[in-house]
Structures are given as structure tokens and as C-alpha cells.
Design a protein around this ligand. Sequence first.
Ligand code: NAG
Ligand code: NAG
Ligand code: NAG
Ligand code: NAG
Ligand code: NAG
Length: 307
Amino acid sequence: MYSLVFLLVCPFAASANALEFTSVYEWNEFKFTLPDNSVKSLEPRQVEAWYLAVSCKKVFLGIHHGSKTINYTLAWLPTNATSTTPQLYPYPSWEVQERANCRIIQSARGLTVDSVDRLWVLDNGNIKCPAKLLIFNLKNDSVEFIHEFPHDVVSHNYGARSLHDLVLDETKNGSFAYISVRETQHFLVFDLTRNRSWRVQTKNIYVHALALSPLKNRTRLFVSHYFSRELFSISVSNLRAGEENVTPISVGQKSFYSNRLTMDDRGLLYFGLGNNRSVSVWNSSESFHEKQVYQVHFHASQESRVE
Ligand SMILES: *[C@@H]1O[C@H](CO)[C@@H](O)[C@H](O)[C@H]1NC(C)=O
Ligand SMILES: *[C@@H]1O[C@H](CO)[C@@H](O)[C@H](O)[C@H]1NC(C)=O
Ligand SMILES: *[C@@H]1O[C@H](CO)[C@@H](O)[C@H](O)[C@H]1NC(C)=O
Ligand SMILES: *[C@@H]1O[C@H](CO)[C@@H](O)[C@H](O)[C@H]1NC(C)=O
Ligand SMILES: *[C@@H]1O[C@H](CO)[C@@H](O)[C@H](O)[C@H]1NC(C)=O
């Protein structure tokens, strides 16, 4: 069984209520739609769905699987599905994920939906295609922008790169994306207005999971590494100004490592706690302490993931 728990953050729906985690969909097998509208089923253990983004109408999943029949890594399902095991469809279409064309998605990683209904997709590329960032207009599902990372920002040598996740910083001066790269002591900044990306060195600190508050007056990017429990913060004004070297400041020790962090518009930071299979929260206006808000209950043979 594979459960999906997500926060539906829809700009048109008021959501000031207390946060409740409920299991929305649960799959005993995933059904992937093929071009002729037939279906290919995979067991949950054959599928890794690490990346998730939600718009008003669609849930997007960045999926990794070993199947040669299923030619896509970015899938979607409707937010209002009546079934608890909805079928998965390629986003935006089957054709736009074909393998030979470097203009299209090869390996979807971090995903996020912005305030003007666009989907940002981090693509790790493949042996032939360099890594890039794509922005889709969700009103008509067209590609609005592509930024291919230059070789000195993300290596064009496939074996030497593994992009992980991204967060968006939407400011009056334009939008920035902060992007983590597995097992490196730097992360990336992308400035959409100037169509420019660069590396930011982090003084021997590995950046894996990232979170930024949607609060208007946000000042800090939170980061942590996969194999360390320590949580750090980085000033965002320096990043927007083009800084290439930062000193992350330690803000606390979590009880486990985290693959993902996320923050809400009240400044609450949520983090998955690795093997504990739980989600905890910290109010970033206070000194660091964690409070568990969700625990996955599962049998030894089951798979579950919390995003
Ligand atoms: C999609 O919509 C945008 C504006 O909302 C427009 O600029 C663009 O041309 C449209 N693309 C297609 C393929 O219809
Ligand atoms: C943005 O920059 C990239 C890499 O420098 C370039 O390949 C691409 O054509 C640019 N896109 C636009 C819309 O200017
Ligand atoms: C916007 O950018 C300009 C020039 O880089 C800078 O002087 C200004 O402080 C920025 N404004 C904000 C609100 O960040
Ligand atoms: C997870 O953390 C909670 C709270 O600290 C603890 O009660 C629980 O035993 C932990 N579970 C596992 C599997 O370690
Ligand atoms: C976070 O902490 C601050 C300071 O203690 C408090 O004023 C605020 O209400 C807290 N926010 C939430 C959502 O609990």
C-alpha cells in the first residue's frame, strides 16, 4: 500500500483552519495511462514518487520507475478524484515526454506551483540532455519558459549531477528559485527576470531539503542535509542580490534526518523525519523545538510516503 498525504494549497480556497493530515489516496497498484489509453500497472515497490506539487485542479507527481513501457516521469491526477486509487496521466501529454528530444522532460525532480498558476519542473536530463528548469502555464498546459543550466552551474556530464528539489521566492523584483543538488556543498539560484543561474557555496555544508515561508516578509531559507539532523538558515536578501558564498547558521537539531521540508504562511516549518515515518512541526518565530503532527502507521510489508 502506498499512501499519499498532501496539503491542498489552493489560492482560491480560504484555509485558515488548523492543519489536519488525512490520507487522501492509497494505492495497492499504480495504473499508468499509455498512449492508446490502455493502462500499465506497477506495484508500489516498483515506483518511487519523491516529488509532489498541487494546484487547484491537479496533483503532480515526479515519479521514478524501471518500466520501459511507461515513457514519462511527470504524472498527474485530479484533485477531486472520486476513486481513492486514481489512475495516473502523463503531464502535459505523452509526446512532451519523449526521450530523444532535449527540449522536453527527461527526469522530473523538484516540482512547485507558483502564485500565478504555473508549474515549475526541475529536470535532471539524461545521458544526452543537460539538466534544465521548465515552467508550464497551467491554464493551457503550454511550456512558457525553459532554462538549460550552463555547464559551470550544473555539469553537462550526466554521471556528475543529481538535482534534488526547488523552492520559489516570488518577490516584487521578480521570481527566484533555490535548487538543491545531491551530495554537493553548494546549491543553485535561478533568477527568472534575468534568465540567469549560479552556484552558491555553503562552507562545507550539504544542502538537500529546502523550505521557504510564503510569508511576504520572509527573510530566511531553511536547509538541511539528508544524513544530518541539523537544520540551518540562510539569508534570502543575500541570495537575491547575487551572493555566491554564504555561511548557513545552525538553528537546531531535529530528531531524525529529513528528505523534505516545507513551510506555511504562518511561518510553521514541517519536516518529514526519516525512518521515524512521521512529520513534525516547528514554529520558526520561536526557538527550535519539534512537535510531532503525523505518524504513518504501516505493516512491515507496506510502503508509504509523506510529503
Ligand atoms: C497559453 O496562454 C498564454 C497566456 O495565458 C499565451 O501567451 C500562450 O500563447 C498560450 N499558449 C498556447 C499554446 O495556447
Ligand atoms: C535562458 O538562458 C538559457 C541559458 O543561458 C538559454 O538557453 C535560453 O535560450 C534562455 N531563454 C530565454 C527565454 O531567454
Ligand atoms: C529590487 O532590486 C533593486 C536593484 O537590484 C534593489 O535596489 C531593490 O532594493 C530591490 N527591491 C526589493 C524590494 O528587494
Ligand atoms: C517517532 O518519534 C516519536 C516522537 O518522538 C516517538 O514517540 C516514536 O516512538 C518514534 N517512532 C519510531 C518508529 O522511532
Ligand atoms: C508562533 O509563535 C509566535 C511567538 O510565540 C506566536 O505569536 C504565534 O501565534 C505562533 N504561530 C502559530 C501558528 O502557532
